[in-house]
Design a protein around this ligand. Structure first.
Ligand SMILES: *Cc1c(COP(=O)(O)O)cnc(C)c1O
Length: 382
């Protein structure tokens, strides 16, 4: 065995591994917190965009975020179970969600309809709520023609001591393109929503509309707080700012074989080798989050060089074409990383799969081992 192969083998991890870099998340949080004119809410839905909700939450809170946000209450419980006491908002729940536990565990909820308001008002204690307006996506949040009625009902519930309206929230549908006129319309609708709430007698102290893209590009949308998720983990949907990616996915080569020109590869024989070459087998597939639509387009890195993924990506495995390059079973390939050493990035995979980075990072399968690099030298970097 050559010295190179020995060195490479000693660097192997044995199984596919997703490394999470919390220092990168700390850096991103500080940058976003500096850009936000108000408070910063760290959005840790979808398991912290696949990076681990509790780890991302703790890191963000230590580096400039003052609040946390999640989609459903089911995403909120594990944060409280982990002992995180920070203010926490959950904004998308059915009317029969466990609002009693939310209130008793000091979790704020967003209210988009009168039916939700009634459900929240019924629970013991006084629920802290954010009224949620649709700022122009026809998605979650109250439809504009229901908003005034929702505000009046919330004010009556507040006067009865059933709820406390602590916030008004909206969401931007086109913030990744700051020049899109839809942003102006959404800001106008949000301003109207706040006015309507105030004229109903409400005094919402938290008013929040912007997510990552608008935090970075549109200060007019910041109000008292911005809610950032993608940016924490290094994704900037506006393409305006260099953030630090926080995920590296590696896997060992299982086997290497020599094949002739014209060898069909994988299901459906979607690739034929064009020359005699070597094929290496990597034990990651679409069940691990590598999109099948990236088949015959994606690349991975081995010994500092990129090699094409050939044939259709299977559920559990993919094949790469090494050409004449030597490789030993057990060596580690980098599927994606921050990109600093020429390896593919999450953004590359998103391009290959015709999707966005969010879908790649939130899709890495549960059977991929996670390894978290904690924040060690962060103070000296600041
Ligand atoms: C996901 C989400 C966010 C965070 O958006 P990013 O673009 O990832 O920062 C903010 N607010 C709401 C309501 C969301 O659903």
């Amino acid at each position: 065995m050559t010295g190179l192969a020995v060195a490479a083998r000693s660097a192997t991890s044995g199984s596919p591994c997703l490394d999470i870099d919390l220092e990168a998340i700390g850096r991103n949080t500080r940058l976003l917190s500096e850009r936000s004119t108000g408070e910063l809410m760290a959005v840790v839905k979808a398991d912290g965009f696949g990076h681990g909700a509790v780890d991302v939450a703790r890191t963000a809170l230590a580096h400039g975020a003052s609040r946390l946000g999640v989609t459903s209450l089911d995403e909120a419980w594990p944060l409280r179970d982990a002992g995180i006491r920070a203010p926490l908002l959950s904004w998308l729940n059915p009317v029969d969600a466990d609002f009693a536990s939310a209130t008793s565990r000091d979790i704020e909820v967003a209210v988009p309809t009168v039916a939700h308001l009634e459900a929240v008002a019924r629970v013991p204690g006084r629920a802290r709520i954010h009224l949620h307006v649709d700022a122009g996506m026809a998605r979650d949040g109250a439809a504009p023609d229901t908003w005034a009625q929702l505000c009046r009902a919330a004010r009556r519930a507040e006067q009865r001591g059933e709820v406390e309206v602590v916030g008004v929230m909206g969401h931007l549908g086109c913030a990744d393109d700051p020049r899109d006129a839809c942003n102006t319309l959404a800001r106008t609708r949000f301003a109207w929503a706040i006015e309507t709430a105030r004229s109903s007698g409400l005094r919402p102290g938290q008013r929040h509309l912007a997510a990552t893209a608008a935090t970075l590009t549109d200060p007019l949308s910041h109000h008292t707080m911005t809610r950032v998720g993608a940016g924490l983990v290094g994704i900037d949907p506006s393409g305006s700012t260099r953030l630090s990616p926080a995920m590296t996915l590696t896997a060992p080569i299982v086997s290497v074989r020599r094949v002739r020109a014209g060898t069909p590869v994988g299901y459906g024989h979607t690739h034929l080798t064009s020359r005699p070459t070597q094929l290496a087998l990597v034990p990651l597939g679409y069940a691990d989050g590598l999109p099948r639509s990236a088949s015959n387009r994606a690349e991975v890195q081995l010994r500092g060089r990129r090699h094409p993924v050939v044939g259709t990506i299977s559920m559990d495995q993919l094949v790469i074409d090494l050409g004449d390059r030597a490789a030993e079973p057990g060596e580690t390939v980098t599927v994606f990383g921050p990109g600093g050493a020429g390896e593919p990035t999450v953004a590359d995979w998103a391009t290959w799969a015709d999707t966005i980075e969010h879908e790649i990072v939130t899709g890495i399968g549960a059977r991929v081992r996670r390894r978290v690099r904690a924040v060690a030298h962060l103070r000296s970097l600041s």
